[in-house]
Ligand binder design. Structure first.
Ligand SMILES: [Zn+2]
Length: 99
């Protein structure tokens, strides 16, 4: 039996749609993954076992009100990663010391 959390697809689409406009000092794959993981931890999963169920939930999330929570969690997750990235950020303002 295959079980899919449709929220994974929806959150990923929303993340990609808004990624370029997010206020993050680093936009690497690691930071993107961190934002995605934080979103998924905060959003209630919507598991389905059939394609019909998947389509049903996709349609539900075309509704702006259902999307509001996803967008809200995206904003929160981006804020967390912006303040506390999981890897050290390069400091472009400090010139590298030549050795
Ligand atoms: Zn990064």
């Amino acid at each position: 039996m295959k079980m899919v959390n449709v929220l994974e697809e929806i959150a990923w689409e929303v993340l990609n749609e808004h990624w370029d406009h997010l206020d993050l000092s680093c936009k690497c794959e690691q930071c993107k993954g961190d934002v995605y993981a934080l979103m998924m931890n905060a959003l209630p999963p919507r598991y389905v076992t059939t394609d019909a169920g998947r389509v049903f939930i996709k349609v539900e999330f075309m509704n702006e009100q259902s999307l509001t929570n996803v967008l809200c969690q995206l904003a929160k997750a981006a804020e967390v990663v912006a303040v506390k990235p999981s890897h050290p950020l390069p400091k472009p303002d400090v010139p590298a010391v030549a050795e």
